[in-house]
Design a protein around this ligand. Structure first.
Ligand code: SAM
Length: 280
């Protein structure tokens, strides 16, 4: 391991077997581990059979932690930065530390691994080709509704972290802004014993939670299906169907041109949408 590098190490979000081989090696080899909560990380290190000096690096001491980490790096030591669970800096502390370490010209090495956003998305059965992540939803209802309003017309899948105490209120606020038919997936207790995915409209999910209060427990990732593509809404389904019908007998470009003359929609737009529709 080269000297004086900062390793940003992802740790499990529930299932300890999800620690990567490389994360394990790095935690074994570094000189000191900077942790969001040293007692919490100690449990992971005990499980891995690692006994290392540790220091605290959390939201309330990031400036001090950055200075202290820089001293260690200047002394030629290697430092690992970890958070309580998952990938540091993702809705977790670490930004200030990495900013100062980069400014000072030291190497920052990512050691990738679990992250609740990606874990949730890969089994949500929602579109994942484009998505946005917006951290935790605001704790107060007014601000939360404002937030939901700001993503109401978002076409990409929206991912947020949500606390178990607020999950029902949050669904209520989302319903007030986007309507009860908005489609949501809740990933709960990911990688743990009671891992669950609730998929459906807001009202369906509310009913599932009412029927089984266990569904309110644990940690949540909330994923909201994006709004229908505006591009598609600009063209009527009938016009698109017409292009697709004509294209059974004619080249697609000709079909789009004829349908454009008949419907008044733009030829290029009809052509592009028909192409996308055929591809999918
Ligand atoms: N850095 C972490 C990551 O990489 O995902 C996230 C830390 S953030 C402080 C903690 C939030 O992430 C939880 O409140 C929950 O919304 C989400 N989360 C973390 N672990 C989870 C799990 N096992 N199942 C569902 N959500 C989880």
């Amino acid at each position: 391991m080269p000297d004086n590098q900062l390793y940003v190490v992802a740790t499990p979000i529930g299932n300890l077997a999800d620690i990567t081989t490389r994360a394990h090696q790095v935690l074994e080899l570094v000189d000191i581990i900077a942790a969001e909560d040293t007692r919490h990380t100690k449990r992971l290190l005990n499980h891995l059979g690692i006994n290392k000096p540790m220091m605290a690096a959390h939201d309330h001491n990031e400036a001090y932690a950055a200075t202290s980490i820089l001293e260690k790096l200047n002394a030629g030591l290697n430092v690992a930065l970890v958070s309580d669970a998952g990938t540091p800096l993702i809705a977790d502390p670490g930004f200030h530390v990495t900013q100062e370490v980069a400014k000072a010209g030291f190497n920052i090495v990512p050691v990738p691994g679990p992250c609740a956003i990606i874990t949730a998305l890969c089994a949500a059965a929602l579109p994942t080709d484009r998505f946005i992540f917006d951290g935790f939803t605001p704790p107060k209802s007014g601000a939360r509704q404002q937030f939901f309003n700001s993503i109401k017309n978002e076409e990409r899948t929206v991912v947020v972290y949500e606390s178990p105490h607020r999950i029902l209120d949050s669904l209520k606020d989302l319903e007030a802004v986007c309507g009860s038919d908005k489609e949501v997936v809740l990933g709960r207790e990911l990688t743990k014993t009671f891992e669950t995915f609730l998929r459906g409209t807001i009202s369906e999910i509310q009913a599932m939670m009412e029927a089984d209060s266990n569904q309110l427990r644990g940690e949540f990732v909330m994923m909201i299906r994006g709004a229908p593509s505006k591009k598609k809404m600009d063209v009527s389904q009938e016009a698109l169907d017409l292009v697709l019908l004509l294209s059974e007998e004619l080249p697609l470009k000709t079909a789009a041109a004829l349908a454009a003359r008949y419907t008044g929609f733009k030829k290029n737009q009809l052509y592009q949408l028909a192409l996308e529709s055929k591809d999918s």
